[in-house]
Design a protein around this ligand. Structure first.
Ligand code: ACO
Length: 429
């Protein structure tokens, strides 16, 4: 028998269907509540609200589990690669050899951006933050592919937009870095794989030979896998919300990029490094900064700590931490802020404040250190997060579209003035 929850309002009973997921997560379906009772639910910040049903990613925050389409993040990091994971997220299953080759080849072929788009970079200030450039450039792609404005395009056209986006985002991102350096654009080299090609576009110069370091490329590929999706987070929900208005895919993904930029979301990886550098300059006393983070009168928060969903550990942080030492050793990099990070983590984890509030290092705590060791400039960290998250955003957008979800439009409890009369300006005190 279908389970129902009972809700009593002013003596009247309402029945709310209990919806159960494949991992036994339960939710109360309140979609008819307003029509039947006149009440809405109030949940500022959506801390307790399911916005959709989804087949893509499963997270168990208490046990530190993250799975894409049923596959554990640990297994995917060990055995798969980013392009295969992108296919899995977007199309729901691991590809056959033929499907993989076709997908990978399509992405390789689309890496180049329209020559006109190159001129856009001339108009950005040299110090423009690459996340702002990325959001604008991705939105601008819609101007070059106007067929994307059709809200009901044929499926093969959607596939083309998807592959184009995954291919071009690395070119756009790398060019924003080259532009900030005043260096010439490096065209993609389509002999290289996805991660290698990005590193080539970032670091090669027409005047020098550049060989992509395979350790670096593999580490980058793993970081991209780790970031590829994270169910209904701030940017994924933004993508579903903007997409629900039938805005085109490029504008929709651009909105996701903007949501990711904030320091409470993807921007935290940049903020972590800035924080660790500050602690180093201040003498490296991590305990002092932990006290600052605990002080309610001090706005400082320990960046890279805490998570809305993970309340035990973030499995992504665990993987990165264990890879970090290996990669740094292989690259022969001695990174003093790694020691500060480890000390900070150790002190925080043995502190009652962090234990009581269940605050643990999140994915951003160690990813910045890896990026730094790889020679990626700090302002590009969140851009790398965006490149990694793109398949997840696309999968969320596709699921929302195929599920024919209605336009997202939350309600509110109005707390402003009741109706009052307009006073002409000369009568106001
Ligand atoms: N340092 C110190 N105290 C913290 C921290 C922190 N990093 N994070 C949370 N707290 C405290 C809060 O002050 C609050 O205390 P209170 O109950 O006494 O008021 C309590 O822990 C709960 O915090 P909330 O902000 O209510 O938790 P929420 O789920 O809304 O926020 C968030 C989660 C935004 C990640 C938060 O922990 C934070 O700001 N962390 C630092 C930024 C960060 O690392 N963001 C990246 C997240 S991962 C990602 O998006 C990829």
């Amino acid at each position: 028998m279908d389970k129902k929850a009972e809700l009593k309002i002013d003596g009247e009973t309402y029945y709310l269907p209990v919806v159960e997921g494949t991992e036994q997560e339960r939710g109360l379906d309140i979609s008819k509540l307003r029509a039947e009772s006149g009440c809405i639910t109030l949940d500022i910040g959506y801390k307790n609200t399911g916005s959709t049903k989804s087949d893509i990613t499963f997270i168990n925050g208490e046990e530190g589990i993250l799975r894409y389409r049923g596959y554990s993040i640990e297994e995917l990091c060990e055995k798969s690669n980013f392009i295969e994971v992108a296919y899995l997220l977007i199309y729901g299953e691991l590809p056959t050899k033929e499907q993989y080759d076709e997908f990978e080849n399509d992405i390789r072929r689309h890496t180049i951006i329209h020559e006109d788009l190159k001129h856009y970079y001339d108009a950005y200030p040299q110090r423009a933050h690459p996340m702002g450039v990325l959001a604008s450039m991705v939105s601008s792609l819609s101007l070059y592919y106007p067929e994307s404005l059709d809200p009901n395009p044929p499926e093969d056209q959607i596939d083309r937009h998807i592959r184009r986006l995954i291919a071009k985002i690395t070119t756009i991102a790398a060019q924003s870095y080259k532009n900030s350096m005043g260096h010439p654009m490096m065209y993609p080299d389509n002999k290289l794989n996805y991660a290698e090609n990005f590193l080539h576009m970032m670091f090669a110069l027409p005047t020098e030979n550049y060989e992509v370091n395979p350790t670096l490329a593999r580490a980058l590929d793993m970081l991209l896998i780790l970031h590829a999706d994270h169910e209904q987070n701030c940017s994924a929900s933004t993508v579903r919300m903007v997409g629900s208005s039938q805005a085109n895919i490029y504008a929709t993904i651009s909105a996701g990029i903007s949501a990711l930029w904030g320091p409470l979301h993807g921007g935290a990886n940049q903020a972590v490094i800035e924080m660790l550098e500050k602690i180093k300059e201040d003498g490296g006393d991590s305990k002092k900064w932990i006290e600052k983070a605990k002080d309610k009168d001090d706005p400082f928060r320990l960046m890279g700590f805490g998570h809305r969903v993970y309340k035990n550990f973030d499995p992504r942080a665990k993987i990165i931490k264990s890879e970090c030492d290996k990669v740094l050793a292989e690259l022969n990099v001695n990174e003093p802020i790694l020691e500060i990070a480890k000390e900070l983590e150790e002190h925080a984890l043995s502190d009652d404040y962090f234990a009581e509030k269940k605050l643990y290092p999140n994915v951003d705590f160690y990813s910045g250190i890896m990026y730094k060791a790889m020679g990626i400039p700090t302002e590009m960290f969140t851009v790398l997060f965006a490149i990694g998250r793109l398949p997840g955003w696309i999968a969320q957008w596709k699921e929302m579209r195929e599920g024919k979800e209605p336009i997202n439009r939350p309600r509110q409890i109005y707390t402003g003035y009741n109706e009052r009369s307009y006073n002409p300006i000369d009568k106001r005190s």
